[in-house]
Design a protein around this ligand. Structure first.
Ligand code: M6R
Length: 366
């Protein structure tokens, strides 16, 4: 059932080229520059007219929501707020019929997310679900939605469900952009053509496995780890940290790289591993200077870089190259080595990778 892999988590990591492809199937037409989302089609007028979107989710799904915020704001130009479902629901949130709430959940059964939906519905908002498990409570409670089609995820640590959620949110962002006239047809053709190639790029990113394993060997006994990224790579950093802490029990934190100087920099010494997402895009130069700051304090730098990178290679202790892609799609590729890093470290520490202590696959308690 694990298809020859030692753990479900590893199997699910390797399934990502397929799961992302399944999420895209029948939904994008790169040649004509069209996005089609049958599950929200009836609500297209609503999507055209709303003033803001509120995303509610927990854990990894909340991280996907943060990536979604970048994409929806950047391409569809709709203001987005991302909320922890558990905080949103206990706060008497300001929400009206004019709002669109997107609830993201792999299981579709998370109690806090479900309660947030009920509250938003009472206040008249329209609810879209972005869920993996077909027919679960959250999709049933939503007005419309986009299934992620990642297939069953058994490992408690979410991997392929995360990248499928990010893919689904990317589709919603470009669908909204198209419908609201926020993007030109020729740009849309360009983006969709690149998006269509993401499964192959994920396949190539997986080739870093052996190298990541040898890096894992060096850091398996660490007590702490920092993950830093900017822009949409900041949520990727959060996700990398969550993966490491939940399955290896190493304390890890994700931060926006520029926030380091406002506190976490005090932690840096020669023992401290710092994982940077330093791919070639708009914030590259800034991230390079953050790497210099860590090296000046003798921290150990592991950098995720774009293929062919030169600058970071000179500074970092370890670099992991991933295929170059459009900035919009970097989270889908940069997440792969971080999943593998957490996986190998957890295996080396003899942790129960698929069923980490104290955690359940779906959290149906509040
Ligand atoms: O099923 P959901 O997506 O609603 O679950 C939300 C979180 O409980 C979940 O993402 C959790 O954080 C995972 N263990 C992350 O790997």
């Amino acid at each position: 059932e694990k298809g020859g892999y030692d753990h479900f988590m590893l199997k699910e990591i390797y399934e990502q080229p397929r799961s992302i492809r399944d999420c895209l199937r029948g939904r994008i037409y790169p040649k004509t520059g069209k996005v089609q989302l049958g599950g929200i089609k009836e609500y297209t007028e609503k999507l055209k007219n709303i003033d803001r979107i509120i995303i509610v989710a927990c854990g990894t799904s909340w991280h996907a929501g943060l990536v979604g915020e970048y994409l929806i704001e950047e391409y569809a130009r709709i203001p987005v707020e991302v909320e922890y479902a558990s905080e949103f629901r206990y706060r008497n949130p300001i929400i009206t019929e004019k709002d669109l709430v997107i609830a993201i959940s792999q299981s579709g059964e998370t109690a806090d997310t479900m309660a947030a939906i009920e509250l938003a519905k009472e206040k008249g908002a329209t609810i879209f679900g972005v869920c993996n498990v077909v027919g679960a409570s959250i999709p049933r409670a939503s007005h419309a939605g986009v299934y992620t089609h990642a297939g069953p995820e058994i490992g408690v640590a979410s991997t392929k469900a995360f990248t499928a959620q990010v893919t689904a949110l990317t589709l919603i962002a470009f669908y909204a952009a198209q419908q609201r006239g926020a993007i030109t047809q020729s740009k849309l053709i360009e983006y969709l053509t690149e998006l269509n190639e993401i499964p192959e790029l994920v396949e190539r990113a997986l080739e870093c496995n052996e190298q990541v394993k040898s890096i894992a060997e060096k850091f398996k006994d660490s007590n702490n780890c920092l993950f830093l990224g900017r822009g949409s790579s900041f949520p990727v950093a959060l996700e990398g940290a969550l993966k490491l802490k939940e399955i290896s029990y190493i304390h890890a934190e994700g931060y926006p790289a520029a926030e380091m100087k406002h506190g976490p920099i005090a932690l840096i010494d020669e023992e401290m591993p710092v994982v940077f997402i330093a791919t070639k895009n708009s914030s590259y130069e800034k991230v390079v200077s953050n790497i210099q700051e860590v090296k000046a304090r003798k921290g150990k730098v592991i950098a995720i870089v774009s293929e062919g990178d030169i600058d970071v290679k000179e500074m970092a202790d370890y670099v992991i190259e991933i295929p170059q892609t459009n900035e919009a799609f970097v989270p889908l590729i940069a997440t792969i080595p971080l999943q593998l890093l957490a996986y190998h470290i957890a295996v080396m520490r003899n942790c129960n990778v698929d069923q980490p202590r104290n955690l359940a696959k779906s959290v149906t308690v509040e």
